[in-house]
Ligand binder design. Structure first.
Ligand SMILES: NC(=O)c1ccc[n+]([C@@H]2O[C@H](COP(=O)([O-])OP(=O)(O)OC[C@H]3O[C@@H](n4cnc5c(N)ncnc54)[C@H](O)[C@@H]3O)[C@@H](O)[C@H]2O)c1
Ligand SMILES: O=C(O)CC[C@@H](O)C(=O)O
Length: 413
């Protein structure tokens, strides 16, 4: 295990942000405007030793969906203060390990929701009309003027698996086109418009003309659409996956397309995705004219990416300069007021009995007056924020760092 420093205090001018995967420049602008100057950007994702070297001195790491921040990678980032996922999904980060290391992870939970919904809506119409295949034939000099296997979406059934932010948006838009919307989710959900919850995945699959997936990557969603589920779909129906590549068994999908049991598919996410735009894309799906393949761009509109850049950068900046962890996906949440005229200390500790007594005893024995204290805990980690008189801040920091249960402590500059 790499030895991290318990005291991760650093002046703003020393804090380094490393951003991967072509995160929109709006993030860099926001960080610069807030006074952060040590910003390193990478156009693509890195892995292995290159990734370890790139984040070795980083205080903030920004990723999109491709960069894998595993436990081992996180342990190598000795200075790491916070992680920003400049996207919705956070499955690429070992969230538990980040929490145990005292590192909150932030994301942008709905800045690209509309972009995904619009793309899926377009794909529904294109697939129902058989456009991908016709388009491919014409590109090769052919001509297929036919209404065979070409349908209006009006009156057809859309099956949504995962009725969260994206799933509900698509449901609302699809109803505007006259579609009947059915859905499944592991949680009880308020149906919007005339959408109907289905009693089981099988019931949804056998009723839908188009099935669209909007679940996160979890152990439960891994390969949730395999040979049996594809066989349960209506003959001549369509599958759309803009969730995560791990959710669909691609080999089983190729069999269902080969046999024409499925009429078409639109796939935006893949089990293995290239690291950047200079890499080669390999998939058994490339041979199918009736499959729309897109390079994980469901959320890649300028509107979404600009907003994501500013939103996630703002969360990192807020945590860095104020200590607030509101909307962190893996960490006790604290919303903090400004600490004008005082020094603010952050203390992240193992949440075991007696730890707060240790914190307060040490500060009291050192004669430090606590001006304000804020605490939030989860089952493993406690996060306490303490405002003290500025003259006492260094002594207070030393005392906090000496508390045996300490994971991290930091003074805000
Ligand atoms: N293609 C893209 O560019 C793109 C863009 C944004 C998001 N995404 C992916 O889409 C996913 C969904 O995004 P969202 O914003 O709608 O998330 P969300 O959290 O709002 O909704 C996900 C829904 O799935 C449900 N769910 C979880 N496990 C399930 C299961 N096993 N079976 C059925 N339902 C289940 C949840 O209860 C929730 O309602 C993200 O996690 C991300 O992986 C992809
Ligand atoms: O921009 C990306 O790489 C990920 C987009 C999307 O999958 C998300 O989770 O928001």
């Amino acid at each position: 295990m790499i030895q991290k420093s318990i005291d991760s205090s650093a002046a703003k001018s020393e804090l380094q942000a490393v951003l991967f995967e072509g995160i929109h420049p709006s993030a860099v602008e926001a960080l610069e405007q807030a006074g952060y100057t040590r910003i390193v950007t990478h156009a693509k994702s890195l892995s292995g030793d290159e990734l370890l070297a790139a984040i070795a001195d980083a205080h903030f790491v920004g990723v999109r969906s491709r960069t894998q921040l595993t436990a081992e990678v996180l342990q190598h980032a000795r200075q790491l203060v916070a992680v920003g996922c400049f996207c919705i999904g956070t499955n690429q980060v070992d969230l538990k390990e980040a929490m145990r290391l005292g590192v909150p992870v932030f994301n942008a939970p709905f800045s690209n929701t509309r972009s995904v919904a619009e793309l899926v809506l377009a794909q529904i119409i294109m697939l129902m009309r058989g456009i991908p295949e016709k388009n491919a034939v014409l590109h090769r000099g052919g001509w297929v003027k036919s209404a065979a296997d070409s349908f209006e979406v009006r009156g057809k059934t859309l099956g949504i698996i995962g009725y969260g932010h994206i799933g509900t948006q698509i449901g609302v838009l699809a109803e505007q086109l006259g579609m009947r919307v059915i859905f499944t989710d592991i949680e009880a959900k308020l149906p919007l418009g005339n959408a109907q919850p289905m009693s089981s995945l099988e019931a949804l699959l056998s009723a839908a003309d188009v099935v669209t997936l909007h679940v996160p990557e979890t152990p439960q969603t891994a390969l949730m659409i395999g040979a049996a589920q594809l066989a349960a779909m209506k003959p001549g129906s369509h599958l759309i996956n803009a969730s995560r590549g791990s959710v669909v068994d691609i080999e089983a999908l190729t069999v269902a397309l080969e046999s024409r049991h499925l009429h078409g598919a639109a796939i935006d996410v893949f089990p293995i995705e290239p690291q950047g735009n200079d890499s080669v894309f390999v998939s058994p799906l490339t041979r199918f004219d009736n499959v729309i393949l897109t390079p994980h761009i469901g959320g890649s509109t300028l509107e979404a990416q600009i907003n994501i850049g500013t939103e996630v950068a703002a969360k990192l900046i807020r945590y860095s300069s104020n200590g607030s962890t509101t909307s962190a996906v893996n960490f006790p949440e604290v919303a903090l007021p400004a600490h004008t005229g005082r020094s603010r200390l952050l203390h992240i500790h193992h949440n075991v009995p007696g730890v707060m007594a240790h914190v307060n005893e040490r500060l009291s024995e050192a004669g430090i007056n606590i001006a304000a204290q804020y605490l939030s805990t989860n089952e493993e980690v406690g996060y306490v924020v303490i405002d003290v008189d500025s003259a006492a801040s260094q002594v207070a920091l030393d005392e906090l760092c000496a508390v045996p249960e300490t994971i991290r402590c930091r003074i805000l500059y």
